[in-house]
Design a protein around this ligand. Structure first.
Ligand code: MOS
Length: 729
């Protein structure tokens, strides 16, 4: 409930957009209506790939009832050639579709049928005749290790590989070692709302309603694809139904909608079907990871080598960096991390839920568990023993590292009593096991701006192009303005998701709240100064004043806002520049996860009984939405450990399980009581709010804690993920 008393940062304020969402008045992109109607586009996917289109007959489709047009490479409006991300950045490059008769991968769009209704478009799409002459494709990176190469970059990191210390010497000097290969399956983000775009083209201007995480780069993507000026692109996205990385950038449906609108001169909506999402949305590649770890008999890590091999879409050079968290986790004499890719004829690979950490900690933290056991040291103590004094990856001092505090707090709250002999804990037919793992995730701040406007009646409006992808952005921004200006939350309106508003980092990389929040904080402070000036102009010396309803209290005086503001109110901008917070210190968010699992001794059925996380994310902006985000991450950890995998038919390069019946996301039955704890804190080096990134922290470490618990229950070290019941029998 909103209250008229002051709301503070950190309070468990209910989502300010909650009522709009549950009553259906929150407008998601697909809900957008336009007077005169919106034509519906339906994607025709290539039935094979890579290859060349040798026959594409749209005659029957064009004659079908309600069809307006069928777009193919033969009649699509002009586009710039598909971009080169090395030069332009992957989110802003040209994302041209229907370029020519070449097909890059199975499922790539080869036509868009536009009709009056979705049913008409879908029916007509089934009438398009298409033949592909396919060429031999590379689908499974593991089958093509001869084509392995070093990518230009991994997930935006400066270094693809790191070679700190003499690995061979440190490894040979180790008394105890672990050497193993791990496989993690492909995954899809599976947001509740599939990718969807409504495009309008009028007088050379493009208006886009779409589901997106970052508005500004999407504006550039449309401009770069269509060869128009950015000023002529407006994107509106007040609500996005989940992203998890899959909506960082634009995808085929967005460009197709724009092409459709240009081609037929009327608004066009293209919604990816759930099946489309699995071929036209981005995915997390399958990975092979090899770990070589060495320690001294007394449990000091000496040598760490983490190698990762991923499939990378041939024309879209993004690769994940699973070995990146390994660089900053523990002290060792030598730490080598290596990332390699095989270019493959597969759909776009891109960021997904804690890219790097989610699958990197899945392997590394299970290998650490194994090494601790071989050393005869409790996994909790092993980790504490190997705490680094400075960031092993950079040598920089840590801004604040409270990992040990997380670990100790977690062990106590969970009731960790040390490792037991695997298979020795039973509850009837069930084998019980416990395990733990740590979470670490870089903390970043990106340039962002915000505008605030104070109206004479005392209401405040804040505007930013930031998005709320379900995380609670509207709510935390309301709280930041409420606390900074002492204005009650119910008198504040936050407006988001419009490219005409000041530019922010958008939602991604766990930097959204800090970046947009800091910008808003700056704007609110500027507003205070501007109000002070207005008061001074009115002859009131005011170092200290308080907004109270439509009046402003200065000492014992009380002035109507209307006396110093005109009807439009007072509007100011503020921004945050990360350089102002650069301090040469290594910044991360931290956490620990403890899991208890049960394994049916006869059937191998795997169930998580308990999952407990303790996190250090600096100052928490809203205890309720933060807890929800961390829980969501932990649930993805369950998915990564036990459930989620998109399987490719390696004969054809097609994903086989393209719906939620067969792509298994953790559901209520899979999720036990989750216990989330957050350390009280204020991270003084991170940003003016003292917060650190939380969005992707919850997933880190959750999967390996479960895998380590499965080991304790069964004595089986499973090195492929997700772990299935047949793996432990
Ligand atoms: Mo995140 S995978 O940067 O949305």
């Amino acid at each position: 409930m909103q209250t008229s008393t002051n709301t503070l940062i950190g309070d468990a304020l209910n989502r300010v957009d909650g009522p709009a969402k549950v009553t259906g008045t929150a407008e998601y992109a697909g809900d957008h209506r336009i007077e005169g109607g919106i034509a519906e586009g339906y994607i025709v996917e290539a039935p094979a790939g890579p290859g060349r289109i040798t026959r594409l007959d749209t005659t029957a489709a064009e004659r079908a009832e309600g069809v307006i047009t069928v777009l193919t490479h033969r009649n699509a409006p002009a586009q710039k050639p598909y971009g080169t991300p090395e030069e332009e950045g992957r989110f802003t490059q040209s994302h041209a579709v229907l370029e020519n008769d070449q097909v890059r991968h199975f499922g790539e769009p080869v036509a868009l049928v536009i009709a009056g209704t979705l049913e008409q478009a879908r029916h007509a799409a089934s009438l398009v005749e298409i033949k592909i002459e396919s060429t031999e494709g590379v689908y499974n990176p593991l089958d093509h290790r001869d084509k392995e190469e070093k990518p230009e970059s991994v997930d935006g990191l400066d270094e693809v590989d790191t070679h700190d210390g003499d690995f061979d010497a440190a490894f040979s000097a180790s008394d105890i070692s672990v050497e193993a290969s791990y496989f993690t399956g492909a995954q899809h983000s599976a947001a509740m709302e599939p990718h969807v775009t409504v495009a309008q083209w009028k007088n050379g201007k493009l208006t886009i309603h779409m589901a997106i995480q970052i508005i500004a780069s999407a504006v550039s993507a449309f401009a770069n694809t269509l060869g128009i000026d950015e000023e002529n692109v407006r994107i509106i996205s007040p609500f996005t139904g989940g992203g998890f990385g899959s909506k960082l950038g634009v995808h085929n449906e967005a460009i197709l909608a724009a092409l459709g609108a240009i081609a037929c001169g009327r608004p066009v909506r293209v919604a990816q079907t759930r099946r489309n999402v699995f071929s036209n949305g981005p995915h997390r590649s399958r990975h092979l990871q090899e770990l070589k770890l060495g320690a001294s008999r007394d449990g000091k890590l000496k040598a760490i080598r983490h190698y990762s091999l991923a499939g990378m879409a041939r024309n879209y050079p993004f690769a994940e960096a699973p070995a990146s968290p390994t660089r900053a986790s523990y002290a060792a004499d030598a730490i080598h991390t290596i990332h390699r890719v095989v270019k493959a004829d597969i759909p776009k690979v891109d960021s997904m839920r804690a890219p790097g950490e989610a699958i990197g900690t899945l392997t590394f933290e299970t290998a650490i568990d194994e090494l601790a056991e071989k050393c005869g040291i409790d996994p909790v103590e092993f980790r504490v023993l190997n705490e680094p004094e400075a960031d092993p990856s950079s040598g920089d001092a840590f801004a604040d590292r409270r990992l040990v505090e997380c670990i100790r707090t977690g062990a106590e709250k969970f009731g960790w009593s040390g490792r037991v002999t695997p298979g020795s804990r039973r509850d009837g037919r069930k084998l019980i096991g416990q395990g733990m793992a740590v979470a670490i995730r870089p903390n970043t701040l990106n340039p962002s701006s915000a505008e605030v406007r104070l109206l004479p009646d005392g209401r405040l409006t804040a505007r930013l192009d930031m998005t709320d992808i379900g995380t609670g952005t509207y709510t935390i921004l309301t709280q930041i303005a409420a606390e900074t200006l002492s204005i009650p939350a119910d008198r504040i309106t936050v407006e988001l998701g419009d490219s005409s508003f000041p530019e922010t980092s958008g939602s991604g990389g766990s930097f959204g709240a800090a970046s947009s929040g800091s910008a808003l904080f700056a704007a609110c402070n500027s507003l205070k100064s501007a109000l002070g000036e207005r008061l001074a102009q009115a002859g009131v010396a005011a170092n200290d004043f308080t907004i109270k309803g439509d009046r402003i209290a200065v000492g014992d005086r009380d002035i109507a806002l209307a006396d110093i503001l005109d009807a439009d109110g007072l509007s100011v901008e503020g921004s945050v520049d990360p350089d102002d917070y650069a301090n040469g210190k290594a910044e991360y968010s931290y956490g620990v996860q403890f899991a208890e699992v049960e394994v049916d001794a006869d059937t191998g059925e795997l169930r998580v009984r308990r999952l407990l996380g303790v996190f250090d994310a600096g100052r928490i902006l809203n205890i309720k939405t933060a807890r929800s985000q961390l829980m969501g991450g932990m649930i993805f950890g369950i998915g990564g450990a036990l459930l989620e995998e998109t399987q490719m038919d390696d004969r054809y390069g097609s994903f086989m399980n393209r719906d939620f019946a067969e792509y298994h996301i953790a559901v209520n039955r899979d999720v036990p009581d989750l216990e989330v704890h957050m350390l009280d804190g204020f991270s003084e080096h991170s940003n003016p709010l003292g917060s650190k990134g939380i969005g992707e922290l919850g997933i880190c470490g959750a999967g390996p804690a479960i895998a380590n618990a499965i080991y304790e229950a069964t004595g089986v070290r499973v090195r492929k993920f997700p772990i299935h019941l047949e793996d432990v029998l």
